[in-house]
Design a protein around this ligand. Structure first.
Ligand code: FPP
Length: 254
């Protein structure tokens, strides 16, 4: 059944024809936010300007996702491979959460958004870590959208980490490899509290997964959107969800 998206008090969609099936909104949407560098290059600006603009898009898409009724929004902010970028760019990206949370945390709280992370947090600069920890603490009782930042995250490293922690647990419980199940591996992933994403979006036209949620995206619908991340907006998000809703998910069956 198709209904018009209800008018909302805040962040209200301004297009009149956002026909979404409100009974088929993906619970978990994951996004590879790609194209910040190209956005800046097109404007002859330094790459970091693209990341700044990308941060503005994070704000808008978070509010939109919350309004649509998405429950989990996982954003790939920094991969375990991104350390190979020039130092000034790495430093800038590492400071983005500080900047973002300084200006946006009150709005997240007001909108009942809960901030969470996946990734190897222990390797982040102290100021980044502190800002994130504060945001997690201040939003821990919120019951709305879970905004999950993947920072210093890599799918392979996550699976290795899961394997090690599962090995320790098996030894502790006197179990052997014969006892290992898919569920146990899943339970040791950083995403163990979240359902698998039904929808994975990558912006900028690139078509690859880049080590993002490689276990969890086994049955995700992939949408490769042509917009560069700083240009991605609520209309594009709605379009992606409409495409998702038009797909038939078979999970290997018929
Ligand atoms: C990929 O684009 C983008 C990143 C590696 C950084 C993503 C970070 C943000 C969008 C901001 C995150 C905000 C917060 C609050 C954490 P690219 O640089 O690879 O672009 P290119 O492929 O065009 O060069």
């Amino acid at each position: 059944m198709f209904k018009k998206l209800k008018k909302q008090k805040k962040n209200q969609p301004n297009q009149s024809d956002f026909d979404l099936d409100l009974h088929n909104i993906p619970e978990h949407v994951a996004i590879i936010m790609d194209g910040n560098g190209r956005w800046a290059k097109q404007r002859k600006l330094p790459r970091i300007q693209g990341h700044y603009q990308g941060m503005q898009t994070v704000k808008k898409i978070t509010m939109e996702a919350s309004d649509i009724g998405i429950k989990y929004l996982t954003l790939y902010a920094f991969s375990t491979e991104n350390w190979a970028r020039p130092k000034n760019e790495v430093n800038y990206i590492m400071n983005l959460p500080v900047n973002f949370l300084k200006t946006f945390l009150p709005e997240l709280i007001e909108n009942n958004v809960k901030v969470e992370t996946i990734g190897f947090m222990e390797h982040l600069p102290t100021s980044t870590l502190k800002a994130i920890e504060k945001a997690k603490e201040d939003t821990k009782n919120n019951t709305g959208l879970k905004l999950v930042f993947a920072i210093n995250y890599g799918g392979r490293a996550e699976i290795v980490h899961s394997g090690k922690s599962l090995y320790d647990k098996l030894s502790e419980d006197g179990l052997t490899s014969d006892d290992v199940t898919e569920e146990m591996i899943n339970d040791h992933l950083m995403t163990h509290n979240y359902p698998d994403p039904e929808l994975l979006i990558r912006t900028s036209g690139e078509q690859r997964i880049s080590n993002f949620l490689i276990w969890q995206a086994s049955y995700s619908e992939f949408i490769f959107n042509e917009k560069l991340w700083p240009d991605f907006d609520k209309e594009e998000l709605i379009n992606c969800i409409k495409i998702y809703q038009s797909r038939q998910r078979r999970f290997g069956g018929l």
